[in-house]
Design a protein around this ligand. Structure first.
Ligand SMILES: Cc1cc2nc3c(=O)[nH]c(=O)nc-3n(C[C@H](O)[C@H](O)[C@H](O)COP(=O)(O)OP(=O)(O)OC[C@H]3O[C@@H](n4cnc5c(N)ncnc54)[C@H](O)[C@@H]3O)c2cc1C
Ligand code: FES
Length: 279
C-alpha cells in the first residue's frame, strides 16, 4: 500500500499476535491479508496508520516496529477510550482495517554522524521504538545514542526488557524514570523532564527526537533549549484528534499546520510558532 494510492480505502490486515505490555497497553503484530501489499509496505519511523476496528471506528496509531521488518508491522495501543478498548478485545486471527502510512516521520537519514537523544513519555515510546530500532540497526551511521523514558510507575513501563537489552547489546545509554517513588525501583524517580538537567548530554552535533504527552513535550523542549540546544536540533511528534489522516477533514490542525500531513513530527522551530495545549 502506498500512502498516495487510494488513501481513504482501508486494507484488511490480520492480527497474528497480541502481547500485553502493561495493564493498559498491548502490542498487536499485524499482517496485510494481501501478501503483495505486505511485501511492498514501507514506512519511516514516526509515521502512523489509520486503524479501523470494525463496528467501532478508526484511530491513528504509530507503527512501533522496525522499518526493516517486512513480515509484519506492530501497533502498540493504549486502551483509553471506545476504539482502543475495542481493539484490546481483539484476538489472534481477527481482522482490522489499515490505511497509510501517513505523515512525516523522524527522518533519521538526515542525522548521519550525529548523536541522537530519544525522549519519550508513556505510550509515546511506541513511535520512538521504531526509530530506536532503525537507528540501532544502522548504529555505525550515528554517534552516541541516548534514550530517556518516563512512565507513571514501573507497572506502566513499556518495553522495559527491550530497553535493558538495547542498553546491554547496543551501547545505548538509557535512563528510565517513574513519576512517583516506589519500593524496589532501582531507576530514577520523578518526571522524565527532570533528567534533562541531571544527565550530562553532548549539545554539539546532537538531535533530540521526542514523543509523549503535550505537557512533557512543552517542558522538555524548553529544558533542552535552556541546555543550549537550538530549536532546529529538536523534533517532536504531536498528537491531535484525526479523522481522515490525509489533510481533507480539518480535524487535526494547529493553526496552519495539519498534523496528519505536515507532521506528526515537527521541528522545534515549527513548534515555536504553534500554540500547544497542555494535557
Ligand atoms: C499521529 C498519532 C499517532 C498515535 N499513535 C498512537 C500509538 O501508537 N498508540 C496509542 O495508543 N495511541 C496513539 N495515538 C493516540 C490514539 O490515536 C488515541 O488514543 C485514540 O484515537 C483513542 O481513541 P479511542 O476511541 O479509544 O478513545 P476516545 O474515546 O476517542 O478518547 C479517549 C480520550 O483520549 C483523548 N484523545 C483521543 N485521541 C486523542 C489524540 N489524538 N490526542 C489527544 N487526546 C486524544 C480524548 O479526548 C479522550 O479524552 C496516536 C495519535 C496520533 C494523532
Ligand atoms: S485528520 Fe483530517 S485533515 Fe488531518
Amino acid at each position: 500500500m502506498h500512502e498516495y494510492e487510494a488513501p481513504l480505502k482501508p486494507e484488511l490486515a490480520e492480527i497474528i499476535k497480541v502481547k500485553s505490555e502493561t495493564p493498559s497497553i498491548k502490542t498487536f503484530d499485524v499482517r496485510f491479508v494481501d501478501k503483495k501489499l505486505q511485501k511492498q509496505f514501507a514506512f519511516l519511523p514516526g509515521k502512523f496508520v489509520m486503524v479501523s476496528v470494525f463496528g467501532y471506528g478508526e484511530m491513528p496509531i504509530s507503527i512501533s516496529s522496525s522499518p526493516f521488518e517486512k513480515e509484519f508491522i506492530q501497533l502498540t495501543v493504549n486502551a483509553v477510550g471506545n476504539i482502543s478498548n475495542a481493539m484490546h478485545r481483539l484476538k489472534k486471527g481477527d481482522l482490522i482495517g489499515l490505511r497509510g502510512p501517513f505523515g512525516r516521520g523522524y527522518l533519521l537519514q538526515r542525522f548521519r554522524r550525529k548523536n541522537i537523544v530519544f525522549f519519550s513519555g508513556g505510550c509515546g515510546l511506541a513511535s520512538i521504538r521504531s526509530a530506536v530500532l532503525a537507528a540501532l540497526a544502522k548504529k555505525d551511521m550515528f554517534g552516541d545514542i541516548f534514550l530517556f523514558h518516563g512512565c507513571k510507575s514501573s507497572k506502566e513501563l513499556l518495553f522495559g526488557k527491550e530497553i535493558a537489552n538495547w542498553e546491554r547489546r547496543n551501547s545505548l545509554n538509557a535512563c528510565v524514570s517513574v513519576d512517583i517513588p516506589e519500593k524496589g525501583w532501582k531507576g530514577h524517580t520523578g518526571f522524565v523532564t527532570d533528567l534533562i538537567e541531571k544527565k550530562p548530554l553532548p549539545v554539539e552535533n546532537t538531535v533530540v527526537l521526542m514523543c509523549g504527552p503535550p505537557v512533557m513535550v512543552k517542558i522538555a523542549i524548553q529544558k533542552f533549549k535552556d541546555l543550549g540546544f537550538k530549536p532546529e536540533q529538536i523534533y517532536a511528534s504531536l498528537e491531535r484528534l484525526m479523522h481522515c489522516g490525509v489533510g481533507k477533514c480539518g480535524h487535526c490542525n494547529i493553526g496552519r499546520e495539519y498534523v496528519c500531513v505536515h507532521g506528526p513530527v515537527f521541528s522545534g522551530s515549527q513548534i515555536e510558532k504553534m500554540h500547544l495545549e497542555e494535557g
